[in-house]
Every structure is written in C-alpha cells, then in structure tokens.
Design a binder for this molecule. Sequence first.
Ligand code: ADP
Ligand code: MG
Length: 632
Amino acid sequence: MTPQEILKKYWGFDSFRPLQHEIIDAVLNQKDCLALLPTGGGKSLCYQVPAVLNEGICLVVSPLLSLMADQVDGLRSRGIKAMAVNSFMSRKQIDRALDNAIYGGFKLLYVSPERLRTELFIERFKKMNVSLIAVDEAHCISQWGYDFRPSYLTIGELRELKPEVPVLALTATATELVVNDILQTLSIRDNLVFRQSYARTNLSIIVQMMEDKKTFLRKKLTKLEGSSIVYARSRLKCQEIAEFLQQRGIPAQYYHAGLSHTGRQKKQEQWAKGKNTCMVATNAFGMGIDKADVRMVIHIDLPDSIEAYYQEAGRAGRDGKESESLILCSDSDQRKLVDNFNRSFPPESEIREVYDKICNHFQITLNSGLNETRLFDLGAFANKYALKKSGVMNCLKQLHSEGFIELSEGLVQPSRVKVVSKNRSGQTADQESLQNIMDYLLRAYSGIIDNPCHINEDEIARNLNILPELLKKRLNYLTQSEYLEYHPSSDLPAITFLMNRIDTKQLNLGSSFGKRKETAQKRIDSVLTIIREVNGCRMNMVLNYFGEEAKEKCGKCDLCLGMNRILTKSESKDLKLAIDQFFSKKKTVDLSEIADCFPGYSKKQVIEICRELLADGVLEFDRTKLILCAKS
Ligand code: ADP
Ligand code: MG
C-alpha cells in the first residue's frame, strides 16, 4: 500500500497536509530528519503512517502521559496495534508489555523518556525489531529550549544501540540554537530538516497597553463571532474571569491543572462543541486541542517565552480564516513577569531543603528510591511542612529540570486492590459483609493475591447491593486490618525519583542551573523587547526570533496598522478635525466608547487628542458621569 492509501484506509483523510508526504517519504527511505511543523500541523501522522507501513515497531518518545494515552486509544480505535509504557505500571506490567512489543505484532510503542534509562527497557529494546524512533516534542532535548527535560538526552544513547534505525524528531517551536541541539544530540544524519515557515498569514498580532482588561474583554467578546481562548497565569484568575464573563452573558468556561481529569475533559469537550464559546485557561490548556473556529486568542498576562506565546496564539485560525492574537498588557505586568522569573529560580538552599523534605515525606532513605513513583498532594505537603505551595512547586520544577525527579501532571490512576492475606492465620474477616467483599474480590479477579488489580467500586457495590461509599469504607477497613491493600483512584500529580536519594550536601545544582537561568532570562527579555517595540512588524519580530528571515511586513499587526504610534502632525490635525465634526453632530459620548467611534485610530491616540481639545476648551468633561461633550 502507498502512504496515501494508508491515510485513507485508517484515517479516512483524502490528502496530506503540507510537508507530511515529504517527511513520510524520507522516513520510508530510511533517512533521519527533523520536522518543524506548527501546532496542529499533523506531526503524529508523520510517524504513524510509516509505522503502519513498516515491518517491526515504531518507538515513540513523548513527554506527556495523558497525551500518550489519548494517542494510543485513538490508534486502537482505528485498528492499529499500539501501546504505552508509563511510570504508573508495575515492573511486572512493564515486563509483560515489553514482551508483547517484541512478539505481539504491535506497530507503535509509546514510552516516556524516563523509561528509556531503565535496564529493563534497554534489554528489551535490543531484542525489538524497531522500524523507527520518533521523538515527539523534540525541543525538550535542548537546554536552550523552553521545556528542557534531561531524560531526553538518553535518546541519543539509545540510538547508539541501533544505529541503523532512522530517527524522526518533531517539534512545533525551535529557535536555531535548539534546532542545532536536536540535530547533534540525536545524531541526525545529513542534518535533514523539514521546515514550514512559522508565518501565519491569517493571524494579526495586536499588543494593547491597558489597565482595565476586564471591561475590554467583555466588550471584545460580546462582539466576537466565533470561539476564543483567554490565557491567564493563575488558576484563581481563570475562574474569576470566566465567572465575570458568564454573568455578562458570554458563554465562558475555565480550565486549569487543578481541576480533576474528568472535570477538565468535560470542560474541554463542551468548549470544543460550542459555537461561540470562550475558554479562560492557564497554559495547561492546549495540548491536543483541535478546534477550527477559534477567532481570537487573548493573553491577559504576559507569557514567559515567545515559544509558549506563539504556540498558544497559533490555536487561533486553524481553519485558515482571519484571526486575532491579542496581548493585553499593563506596566505592572512587565514587572510581574520579571518577579515571576526570579521566583521560578529559587536559591539553591531552598531547593535543597525541599528535596530533603520530599524524601522524608515519602520515607525514602539515603541511597534508595531510584524509579519510585509516588502520588503527590502538594497542598497536604505544603501544609505539613509549613511551606508555600508556589514555592514548593518552583523548587520541584528545578529538581525536575536537573533530572533528580520527574514531575508528571495529574493523571487518572484507577483504584487498585491486592489481597494480602486470604485467610490470615486461621482468622477470616469477622463480619459477614466483610467476608462477602473478600469472597467477591477473590472470585471476580483472578491473580488478585499476587497482583494489584484495577477495580471499579461502583460496579462491585452494585453487584454486592451496597452503597459505593460503604464499600469504600469497608475496603479501607480491610486494608487497616491487613487483609487488603486498597489504593483508591486519584488524579494527583506524581513524582518519580530518577536517582537514589543523595545527601543534600552533595546535591549540586552547579553550572547547568546557572545556564538555564541565563537562557530563561533571555527568553523573558525577548518577550519584553517584542512587547515594547514601537516600530517594525510584530509578526516579523516573532519570525526573526525563530531564525526566519521575513520578507515583507504582515500588514495587520498593531504596529503595521499604526495603532499605537504617536501620530504625525498632519495625522493629529485630521483626527482633531474628525472629533470636532463628530461633536458638532452628537453632543455627548461615554468616555469608554469614544475610541470605538474612530476606527483606524487607537484608544490612546483618540484620548490624547480629546485631552488636547479639552485643554483648548473645545470639549468638556463630566467626571461624575465620565462623559465628554461639546462645549456650548
Ligand atoms: P500536531 O502534533 O502537529 O500538533 P496532530 O498530529 O495532533 O498535530 O494533528 C492535529 C489534527 O490534524 C488531528 O486531529 C489530525 O487528525 C489532523 N490531521 C493530521 N493530518 C491530517 C490530514 N492529512 N488531513 C486531515 N486531517 C489531518
Ligand atoms: Mg503533537
């Protein structure tokens, strides 16, 4: 079959998107390459189609556990054999899964980068008939990138075990430095890079300085036809803004990582189905969203890198129609960005302290803990040690970046039960109801004595004809009495220890910490430079940031449109005249609406001229009603 036929047969699509075909051809010809396609450009198909066509299995390295699960489900529903190995599987489960990968006719195996280091994996990998190594979100390999993950570096070592297997690296955003890092670390032969221009001709980037963002949002979104995303930094703010908008009749939702997995899924689905819906979200919202009619993406807080900004903004206008990326910014926002940066790199002593406490919290002793994964309740931890949640999080992120631990997002972990003692020293659970539960578990789950089994409490409760709450209580009781080990389901984030616990005196953050701090500083400097620019073209500045030579101005950003420019003398004269004429017909106008009456000029420009007219005594201002009127 040809790639085209595979595309039609398994996905039902008629044609490839730009560059997909070229990339697939290169992979099928055993070439290594790096594919730079925008978010939503269809990177997954670039390895999935070859995986189906090739003999053997395609290894996919991907950093996000939840995304991995979605992809595997999607592939299975299309009849493609795929599986994932993640930190939550027991050693035995992983063992079995990898066995399957070798003998079971699987086409794709998704693994988290942390798994690659384990001996278990490496031994099995050697025996696998690997057709391709696909590295998704390949920018994570570079410490110059905005999401460096040290465990990605092991992919390069893995490659050496099977040098003949081609590699396909994929990412949406990479600066020249990052591109070079990817090519080198993965030893991409011939430095073959497929790159689509980052330019988005249907996107206008508009930066507006303002203080009262809420009112502006309300006005903007009331008028908007189509869907929108508002990005904010804090969870609380997302909720507040969404409620503010809802109360004013705008269908808005909020989304952040603090919501349960199902809650997030529901909100995302509702938003995706809606026609004119607004999602107010933190940067947790984004991966895997694929809504065509997003007309506007609004940043009400400054993003901390151009990479992050452009990925988020790029979610507007996926259907190719005209769309807007709005950045609303005040002077204090620029200060906040710098403060935030400073906080995200805490002093080394603080990071050491948190490391020590985390190890104590999980009762991990010196020289042990390697590969242990524990669910992590940030709130409870912070409380117990009287620390600030955000401070703890910043330290953990640094420990993650330095490769001491892996911090994974909240993930659904189904409830598990294991029977510890079927019949403990001659006693059985005394009450009949407890005995019923034990009997049921032993009957319904073969192997529950050796292995924790996933259970569904609702189902068991139904079969035993008791309330689920009561069942859970009894499972807990049986656990306390050491008949069972019951782990209720959760979707807390998890921490995996990637190294044995070391003495904090030896916990050396050293030069890589300093380097990362330096590059992070450069990233926020780039954001501030682009925001503060008053000449040129915003789209071109973004393209330059990604190392792209822009040919002509976009013609639609606020700078190209001259929205924030100081007007020339004759332009001010024209505007003055227009305002004068306007007031000769209409006597009063609300201050907040005056700018809308003069399209083509920015609010700042209009207000500036009105101020001059006030000074000249042509206009009058009623402070109590905030209206302007012509002086009679
Ligand atoms: P990326 O990883 O580049 O952000 P994905 O691989 O997740 O993008 O693909 C985004 C969406 O585009 C998916 O819903 C996918 O099914 C769809 N898609 C990919 N390639 C094609 C194609 N050739 N024709 C139609 N839809 C496609
Ligand atoms: Mg992707």
